[in-house]
Design a protein around this ligand. Structure first.
Ligand SMILES: Nc1ncnc2c1ncn2[C@@H]1O[C@H](COP(=O)(O)OP(=O)(O)O)[C@@H](O)[C@H]1O
Ligand SMILES: [Mg+2]
Length: 369
């Protein structure tokens, strides 16, 4: 798909700008704090209805403004798609999502119109941090792949919140019978999440392994991704219901629900050895990059066209050979790529270089590169 227009109004450091990037690679250059990531965040917000780096929507509104918004237009094989999000400073108003000029009453309706994969230095957390980082990776990807996944996730999260609230109440026959109901609900909504995550993790594993071998240049090292859940066999809903009932007493003690997709994880192994425990910094970085490239492959395969690529400060982290392999892999897609130092671009041959400074974006000639 091709991003043809991105509009920001009172968004982060920008008062009012419109970008119309060309096909291929657009470089966004500027000093630290110039506002490069803000532009990628705006695209992410239009694709997923939320920021990739904050849970507080109001942070994205330009300081001093009551409301801020972003809008983007993509050309896809089936035509033009327009999405937008408007944010409000006051907590009394929820954000408003727009799809093709109309208000979308649920965030899930926004998803799947414009899709993206974002790469950033924090991706290292996919290997080095806790399970919640890997669950978010899956959730962001699968929500874009199938909006139904996002709706199921919302239902599950609501049921989980209700059950956890009950676990904090004094035990009684009434609480127990309400828990029976929420256990059923939780088990039913858990099942599609577990199934899709397990199925897609299997495909991601193969794709990520290919990238890992190519980027590391060490085909003898095999990356494997596996979805780890207690709800695999025989059938996730049945298994979930059984475990929720069995462990209710434990859950009461800890005041929260100990089993379900909100506790699941991805295991990452390199030639059979746990990466979470033993990977070097370089191996972890290559694995994280491979997982993001696999997400890109999966979206491309399922949607029949590549998603938008957002590459935030990733080139400077890679040695020249890895940089070249990454650039080769993403050719054919449209990418917004940020950097502080344009010398990192060696070999990227961008179509367009934008310079960001003082809340303004100007076009630079590419002849100097
Ligand atoms: N809500 C906001 N209102 C105004 N300026 C903001 C807001 N949020 C962030 N900024 C400014 O944006 C800049 C950081 O932008 P960012 O895109 O992260 O920089 P970088 O170019 O390093 O990626 C900082 O100067 C910060 O003050
Ligand atoms: Mg940045």
């Amino acid at each position: 798909m091709r991003l043809t227009a991105l509009k920001l109004k009172n968004f982060r450091s920008y008062e009012n700008i419109t970008l119309t990037p060309p096909e291929g690679i657009t470089v966004i250059a500027g000093e630290n704090g110039a506002g490069k990531t803000n532009l990628l965040e705006a695209v992410h917000l239009c694709c997923l209805g939320r920021s990739h780096r904050t849970n507080t929507d109001a942070d994205m509104i330009r300081a001093g403004a009551d409301t801020g918004g972003v809008q983007l237009t993509v050309e896809r094989r089936d035509g033009t798609h327009d999405t937008g999000v408007r944010l409000f400073q006051t907590q009394r108003r929820k954000k408003i999502c727009y799809v093709n000029g109309k208000i979308a009453h649920r965030i899930g309706e926004l998803m799947g119109h414009a899709t993206c994969v974002i790469f950033s230095p924090e991706d290292l957390g996919l290997v080095q941090e806790g399970p919640n980082v890997r669950r978010r990776y899956l959730d962001m990807l699968l929500s874009q792949l199938q909006p139904a996944y996002f709706f199921a996730l919302q239902q599950y999260t609501t049921a989980l919140r209700q059950r956890n609230a009950l676990l904090k109440q004094p035990d009684s026959a009434e609480v127990q019978s309400q828990l029976d109901i929420w256990d059923e609900q939780l088990a039913q909504t858990a099942a599609p999440l577990v199934r899709l995550r397990a199925q897609m993790s299997e495909r991601l594993s193969g794709m990520a392994a290919t990238h890992y071998a190519a980027i590391s240049g060490r085909p003898e090292e095999t990356l494997r991704i596996r979805y780890v859940t207690q709800l695999g066999d025989p059938e996730p809903a049945e298994q979930a219901l059984r475990l929720l009932r069995e462990r209710r007493r434990d859950d009461f003690r800890r005041l929260s629900t100990g089993v379900g997709p909100h506790r699941d994880d991805l295991s990452l192994t390199l030639s059979g050895v746990s990466m979470q425990a033993y990977a070097s910094q370089g191996q972890a970085r290559t694995a994280a990059l491979s997982m993001k490239l696999a997400a890109f492959d999966l979206l491309t395969a399922e949607q029949g066209e590549p998603p938008l690529l957002l590459l935030d400060d990733v080139l400077s982290e890679l040695d020249p050979a890895r940089r070249r392999r990454l650039i080769d892999r993403i050719r054919g897609a449209q990418a917004l790529l940020t950097c502080t130092d344009v010398s990192d671009l060696n070999g990227a041959s961008p179509q367009c270089v934008l310079q960001v400074a003082n809340g303004a974006v100007s076009e630079r000639t590419t002849a100097a590169l």
